[in-house]
Design a protein around this ligand. Structure first.
Ligand code: BGC
Length: 748
């Protein structure tokens, strides 16, 4: 670990008044760090402990305090060396620990020891529907973060996927609030076990990149509570996240980093959050109202660090009395408490971690191998039978494209990213020839008029004509091979932070490529690698075999090859709805995306499959969908009672029989609906799920628990959650559109 303190004041030095050079004069602190640490010991904060922190704060100057409230480098706050307070160090993020950034610019710092494991992006993690793997991810990346001496990892990113066009869809988990919170909680727990704080982002209602710096999001209260906030709430109340990131945009007229309703009323008062709120990078636009309304640390503006709103301007505000010192102390105290919790002060006993290890690559592999989704296998071409197979055409730019870095936004500098082509080479017997052809080129238009084509959606404009020579090579490879696999989709240059996609079209002429390859070789398998839905109607209609994979981490190519070859039986399920066309999606059907200065979420609670299933719009592939190389039958569903009270837990039992010939994993999904509700309800809401492993020909019984309180809706009149009495329908199946049985229960 790097030594954080240049001049670490020891307990004795403090008590004896021994000081470092240039230190402002102050009263000796009445306590020692060792004492505080001993009192605290990583356990919940006590009043006595708080009093000790107060005495430390009393010894600090205004300048020292403000130094802790803003970036003094790109990813850290200032240390108070004479008091033994180190910097608070941060790093992105969701795909793994980001490479070290220069102290005063976005340029890479150029270290040679900041290689890290690249983990599957959010969509892939959620597609596992395996909460244990989410814990594995959190814990693994937490070990990497602490090994890099980071106090805060700017992760997980858990905004709800409202539109398939969202530039960060690949980074977020899902369109469903229940799946979202179930994946979020274990991730944070695993991460924070390493004495690293999660920074849960982006709080909240940050569901589009278009105009994200200023768009004013309007969401009705019930929708906010039922769809957009549950995972954030669970992050506080179930996972005890130490920090949150305030989003860029406005919510109901106020910037989220100055939004007292969200930061003070909901996050702190209602949910009991005691940690720190860190602004998104350059999301603070003022001093007093931002500090007083709940932001603790300002990060990320491109101007000199002393010009931050929480720097010189804050010092002045405190000195002139416009911001009270009590207010300042409140924020410093939150940060100090968190630092003690993380053992970053007096780091005795702090986790040490490890980075870029085989064990972590294995974790990345485990997640990736359960995230791959088999969408279609009509001719049973998969798993590929290698016996007798002489040649495979591997076609597509995505066969060799890497995604650890790319686009605008945080990536990972990694020593290992196994591409799909490399994965196949690693796994295929040597006697099978691979005929690789790029097939389509990743090209973007340089024509300025093209860039202006869509005034609001600023996603990249692609060149969608195939290059004749590149196409010809692909067709030759396909003709000369027993089987063709096309690795299609997008990449992280195309799906990117800071802009939403312009449409759902498959870019770079891939539709035509797929069609032409299929014409010359009917044994063609299409593998999509992407983080967000595409309009696949034509591809789907033409293809017998369709697989979905993600920006899937260091081991993505190996995991994918293992699925294609049957070493791993696919068990991924879609974490969002694949619409047939954009207009079918709720934000687009209601014409309420992307707005202009304001965006109003007119579809209300009917986000994702809630819309499709309630309005009876057929998706191309439904939420929760994914096939296996075996078949399952879900039967004998029972509940442990017919009637329940509000504090009860409903036990739903089901038998899952593996009716095929291979071992496999199935995700049992329980959706609930409330007929004759006094409020609008979705036709289905996911309320429980379980992924279970069943050997071929065997059956397992699974019990899923639904606390009756999960059935509540948010009553805007009483401003509270209400469990309506009466009848509910429990729908059990393996996607939102494949329900094998419906059962009725009632709540008294
Ligand atoms: C992103 C955050 C990220 C931050 C620091 C912002 O642009 O929205 O998710 O953590 O930059 O890189």
């Amino acid at each position: 670990m790097k030594n954080k303190l240049i001049c670490m004041a020891s307990a004795t030095s403090l008590l004896l008044g021994v000081s470092c050079k240039n230190e402002p004069k102050s009263e000796p602190v009445q306590t020692t760090h060792q004492e505080i640490a001993a009192t605290y010991q990583g356990k919940p904060i006590t009043k006595a402990f708080d009093a000790k922190i107060d005495s430390l704060i009393a010894a600090m100057t205004i300048e020292e305090k403000t130094g802790m409230l803003h970036g003094s480098t790109m990813f850290a706050t200032a240390a108070v060396e004479r008091l033994g307070i180190p910097e608070l160090t941060m790093a992105d993020g969701p795909l793994g620990v980001r490479e070290e950034i220069s102290k005063d610019s976005w340029a890479p710092a150029g270290w040679d020891n900041d290689f890290a494991t690249y983990y599957p992006a959010g969509g892939g993690v959620a597609a596992t529907w395996n909460t244990e793997l989410s814990y594995v991810f959190g814990n693994s990346v937490g070990e990497e973060a602490i090994a890099r001496d980071k106090d805060v990892l700017l992760s997980p990113a858990i905004n709800i996927i409202r539109t398939p066009l969202g530039g960060r869809t690949y980074e977020y988990f899902t369109e469903d609030p229940f799946l979202n919170k179930k994946m979020t909680v274990p991730f944070i727990v695993g991460l924070q076990e390493n004495d690293v704080a999660a920074c849960v982002k982006h709080f909240a209602a940050n569901n589009q990149e278009t105009n994200r710096d200023f768009v004013d999001v309007q969401i009705d209260e019930r929708t906010l509570r039922e769809i957009y906030l549950p995972a954030f709430k669970a992050a506080v109340q179930e996972a005890h996240a130490y920090s949150f990131m305030g989003a860029y945009n406005k919510f109901r007229g106020e910037y989220l980093c100055a939004n007292s309703y969200m930061l003070e009323d909901v996050l702190r008062k209602e949910w009991g959050f005691e940690g720190i709120v860190i602004s998104d990078w350059a999301a603070v636009h003022g001093t007093k109202e931002y500090l007083e309304n709940g932001t603790d640390i300002e990060m990320g503006t491109p101007k000199p660090f002393n010009e931050y709103y929480f720097a010189d301007a804050l010092i002045e505000a405190v000195k002139s009395g416009s911001v009270s010192e009590t207010e300042l102390n409140k924020h410093v105290k939150r940060i100090l408490r968190t630092m003690y919790t993380l053992k970053s002060i007096d780091d005795k006993g702090r986790a040490k971690g490890s980075i870029n290890t085989e064990a972590h690559f294995k974790d990345a592999y485990a997640i990736a191998s359960e995230s791959v989704i088999l969408l279609k296998n009509d001719k049973n071409m998969l798993p590929l039978q290698t016996e007798g197979l002489k040649s495979i055409a591997v076609i597509g730019n995505n066969a060799t494209k890497t995604n650890a870095l790319g686009g605008f936004g945080a990536g990972v500098k990694t020593k290992r990213e196994v591409t799909p082509l490399q994965g196949l080479k690693n796994r295929l017997p040597e006697n099978i020839t691979i005929n690789y052809a790029e097939g389509y080129l990743e090209r973007y238009s340089k024509n300025e008029n093209d860039q202006k084509q869509a005034v609001t959606l600023k996603g990249p404009v692609t060149v969608d004509e195939l290059d004749p020579k590149v196409l010809e090579d692909a067709l030759t490879a396909a003709k000369n091979s027993d089987v063709a696999i096309i690795f299609a989709g997008s990449n992280r240059d195309y799906e990117t932070e800071a802009s939403d996609r312009r449409n759902l079209d498959l870019p770079f002429g891939q539709e035509e490529l797929i069609k032409k390859v299929q014409e010359v070789n009917p044994n063609t398998i299409v593998v999509m690698i992407a983080g967000a839905p595409f309009d696949l109607r034509q591809v789907d209609a033409q293809s017998a075999t369709l697989v979905w994979s993600w920006f899937n981490g260091s081991e993505g190519g190996n995991a994918l090859a293992d699925v294609l070859l049957g070493n791993v039986n696919p068990s991924g399920k879609l974490p969002w709805t694949m619409p047939k066309q954009l207009e079918d999606s709720p934000a687009h059907a209601t014409n309420s995306f992307p707005g202009d200065k304001t965006v109003s979420y007119d579809e209300g609670i009917l986000v994702g499959y809630r819309w499709f299933d309630t309005k009876n719009v057929a998706p191309l592939y439904p939420f929760g969908f994914g096939l296996s190389y075996t078949t399952f039958e879900i039967s004998d569903v029972t509940t442990n009672a017919k009637t329940y009270q509000e504090n009860d837990v409903i036990n739903v039992q089901a038998t899952v029989k593996n009716t095929g010939t291979a071992a496999g994993k199935e995700v049992v999904q329980v959706y609930v609906s409330k007929p004759d509700s006094k409020v609008e309800r979705a036709a289905k809401e996911l309320k429980a799920f379980a992924k279970i492993d069943v050997a071929a020909g065997q059956q397992n019984t699974v019990t899923l628990q639904i606390p009756v309180k999960e059935l509540a809706f948010y009553n805007v009149d009483t401003k509270s959650w209400e469990v309506e009495k009466g009848t509910y329908t429990i729908k059990v199946g393996n996607s939102s559109r494949h329900i094998t049985g419906e059962y009725t229960i009632s709540i008294n």
